[in-house]
Structures are given as C-alpha cells and as structure tokens.
Ligand binder design. Sequence first.
Ligand SMILES: Cc1ncc(C[n+]2csc(CCOP(=O)(O)OP(=O)(O)O)c2C)c(N)n1
Ligand SMILES: [Mg+2]
Length: 612
Amino acid sequence: MLLRRACSGALDSGSAPWRDRDCEEESGAQGALPEDDRARDVEGGQMAMVSGAKLLVRSLQVEGVRAMFAITDISFTPLSIEAEAAGMLVVAGRHESAQVHMADAWARATGVPAVVVGGMGPGVANLLPGVVNAWIEGVPVVVIGTQRSSRVGQAIRRNRFQYTPQLDLFRPVTKFAAAIPETRRVPEYMREAFRHALGGRPGPVYLEITPELLRDEADEGANPVHAPVAYRAAVGAPDPHAVEHAVALLSQSARPLVLAGNGVHIAEASGELARFAEVSGSAVCTTPGARGAISERHPHAVGMAHALLSPVMQEADVVVAVGTGIGEVIGYGQFPAWAGPAAQRLIHIDRDPLVIGVNRPVDVALVGDARQSLSALTKAVGASNFRNDGSWARERAAEAHSVMAIMAASGLELDGLPIHPARLAAEFARFLPEEVLVCLDGGNSALWAHLALVITRPRSLLWTGHFGHLGTGLPYAIGAKLACPDRPVFLFSGDGAFGFNLQELETAARVGAALVAVVNCDYAWAMEEQGMLDEVGRTIGVHTSVVRYDLVAEGLGCYGELVDAPEQIVPALERASASGRTAVVQVVVDHAANVNPPGLAEFLDMYSGATT
Ligand SMILES: Cc1ncc(C[n+]2csc(CCOP(=O)(O)OP(=O)(O)O)c2C)c(N)n1
Ligand SMILES: [Mg+2]
C-alpha cells in the first residue's frame, strides 16, 4: 500500500507513457489513487498527497516565479499543466538556449528569477549555451532538465535513447546542480537551488527530475513548502567599524569616485547611490553592465567605466566600488586604467566577501547589501564634520555629458549614403522614450549604441557585458517585454548577432511581445575585421549574403521595414512602434564605416591580453 501510494500519479497516469512499471508490477496499482486514499489520517495528522509537479510549482510560486519558458515536452506535461493552473505564463519558444536568455532577461528586468525547462537529451543539451552565459553574467535562472526514468538512468547499458550524463554537463556552469532523488524531497532541493541562485553573486542553478518524480505523490504536510524568509537569509548592513574607516578615508579625499556595478540593481539601491554621491561629493561611474544604476544625466554621473573614461578613473584618489567585481573590462583595477595603490585608495562594498580584494587590494572592505551599505555611508558622512562640495565630480560629469552631446550631435550630422552606423545609433538613441528598456547585441553595432545611448533608469539596459554572447539580444527583448509589458522595449542589434535566434521572432509575434528590433545591417561580422586586417592584412569569412530581415520578419508574423536612407530612420521607427506588433527595422549601413568604431582599438588591446 505504501509503495503504491509513493508511485502513483496525481494526474491520471493510467495512459501516461512515464508510469513506472516496476511500481505497478510490485503493487498492482492501476493509475491514480481514489480520493479518500489520498488524504488519510496518519498518527492523528491529515496526510495531503500532492504530485511532484505541484510541489515544484508551489516551490516556484513562493519565490515569486511568474514565468516558465519551455518547449513543452511529454516528459514534463504535469509540470506545464500545473504551472499554467497556478497562473504562470508558459512560453514555448523555438530553441532552448534562447529560452534561457528569455528567463535571464526576465530576471534582469524584474529582479525575480524565471524557470526554464528542457526535455531529456537534446532539449537539455540545447539549454547549455544560455546557461553558460547566465553563469558568466551572474544572472539567477532556475533551470530544470528532465532525465530518462531512474530505471533507464541507473542501468549499465549502452545505446540508451536520449540519455546523456546531463548533470555532469551543468555542474561546471551553475552555482548548484543536483538530481532530485524522490518526490517528497522536491521542496528541500528547490530551497537549496534558490539559496544558491539568489545568494552571494547570483547565478543559474540546474535541477534534474525524472518524469515519474513529477507524477508521483508525496505528503505535503510532512514536506512543506516554506516561505523564503524561512530558508534564505539576506546579507544586511555592513560592520559599523568598517563604515567608520570608510568615512575616515573619504574625509581625506578631494576626488572620490564611486564605481557602481550590477549589485546596485540587485539591491534596488539606485536612490541610495545618488544620495551617497550627493552627500559625499563623489562622482559616479558604472561598469558597462550596470549602466542606469545612476541616471546618466545626474550631475555627478560620469558615464560607464571603459577605456575612454580612464582620465577620471586615474584622477580619483578614493574609489568606492559597490556591487561589482573588479574585472578585465574595467582594467582589473590596475595601472594604467586606474592609479596605483599609493595614489588611490579602495573601499569595496559587496554582499559576497569572496568578491572583495580580488585583482586589487582594498583599504576598507564592507560586506553588506549595497542599499544598506550606501545608506550607512551616507548617514555616517552626514554625521561627520567633513564636507566635499562635489566640485570635482560635477566638473568631470559636465565634461562627460558634453562629450556625449557632441558625439550625438555629430552622429546626427552624418547624412551620406550608405547610412553611417553612428547616424543610426544617434537617431535610435534620440528616438527612445524615457521609460525604455533597451537591449543590445552585436559586435561593433553594440559599441556604436553604447556611445550614443543615455541610460537614465535602473534595469533598463540588457546586454552581455561579461560574456559577449551574440544572439542574446532578441531573446532578451522578448523576455523583457513579457516581464514588463508596460515598458517600451527596443533592441539594437548587429545583423550577424540577429541571425542566431531569428526564429524567435515567431515566438515574439505569437505571444504578442510588441518590441521594436533595429538591425544595424552591414552584411558582415564587422567586429572581427580590424583584428584580421592588423594581423594578416586581409579578412576571411566575414561577409554574409544580402538578407531581407524585414521580409523574414513578415514571414514569421511580424511587422518589417527596410531602411536605406538616413531620413527614413525616424519615420520607420515611428511606424514600427505604432504597429503595436513585434517589429523589425532593418537599416542598411556603411560597411566600411562599421569596421572601426571609437573604442574598438582599446577593446582589441584588452582582448589580446596586451594590457593585462
Ligand atoms: C556566440 C558568439 N559567436 C561569436 C562571437 C565572436 N564575435 C564577436 S563580435 C562578432 C561579429 C558580430 O557581427 P554583427 O552582429 O553583425 O555586428 P557588427 O560587428 O557587424 O556590427 C563575432 C563573430 C561571439 N562574441 N559570440
Ligand atoms: Mg554586422
């Protein structure tokens, strides 16, 4: 009887291909238990038998998960059904990797993870590139893969259909990877998964399930789904002594600079960041991935930290790094991108102590939540008797703002043919509404866009600044639009990058994701060209055929436009936005001009390791 209860399904498993025949043979069970058997008095308590699928969905719901991305597969039908019944959005895309990117974007845009499910074998294998990207980027994505039933999995046989050692594939690229061994342990494994996904530096987690685990039942009373406060502790305020030390350093600083990273978005600390900058007289730059952590129009904001910002990075005498590792794209905190340790002190705030002191020694370490740490610092600076009037910060910010304005104005003046990519980027940036959420993809295309955009709100620019994963842009825009349907979502993409997940236009049109994708189209993988020219004096394999992305878009159910003259850009963007549909505006740009944008030489230097 006990065995029968453990093996039978909540949904009628009588006709399900996944019914475990071992259980049936031993117990004689024929499908679901009668209702009165499901809730039975055991030692005076009420048993509440629920399926593994239900336990899984409840574990997702308590964490606020509202979307499941999956090419629905018969190995996890009960999960899809339960997710839908619980009011979750179930989105079936066209490639599992793109689905991970959609969930990744959902988490970036909202701060709450989404779940992605892949079906055993190839479906799970296809998840991998998306998971690797989320891992490098530090984005929490809950990834679930089904595996052949344990009877197949445990057999020492070769030539098993769709059987691969999936867990081994995901271990190196997730913060936690485990196979849930039995239905009753679903809540326990889900808790551990969320602890890892959201704790410290966030990242993806992988959970493996078998079809029978979803269909089997367990007593929910004995294996309850708890609220997150009961199992996930949050890092709070930093040590007050460390705050005092930080304020002592800041009191001696004439040129304090905050380097804000993605941790500011994670802690929803943008308001606290701006207040700290104002009270302490600090300038603020962001890592490329954290643009918008402070409005780039704020009078203390000097823009994103990259090679062109080096003079400010070098001039600062105290740097307050908050919610960021000090990695390669920001020069590892080393000369020449930064000043040497004698001339420049470092206060490093992070909720994960393992991030602090890496690549550059720190003078003060503050382990704490970014929001609480910045408030504690603001309070302590306010209570101290030193004052920095912020003149250096405002001067440098005003210079940075005027450089951006000059670049935008000069981009808008480029009226030759073919269209200059700087003209397109400038028109695009000027067209965007204030509340926009913009996604970037491509090589040089992304550089042009970075130079033209002014990001004024947190969680408003989605881009793979760490992994540089081409193909993320379109799925990011879809995930972002689904997560934030009331925000206008725009994508600026290279044509090469756009091709990776082009088929997701069908997904976008089907689910009503009314985003506008602008394709900076030079029919080439332009970012690869300059490096080849420098090395061997010619290029190889960098040109593609002339493709009508606008017609492909129409064929996939979207609105499409082709633009080949500068004055057509804005009217096309207006029509695309007004269409209320998924829209693609293909803009044919000057290939020669696209080969060498500002900042590429510095990027190539870094990429070759020459500056390490
Ligand atoms: C998945 C992936 N494959 C290859 C690369 C290497 N790569 C970086 S930029 C680039 C060219 C991108 O071309 P496109 O999107 O058309 O932008 P463009 O440089 O032409 O503006 C390539 C191939 C990468 N970053 N990611
Ligand atoms: Mg291109």
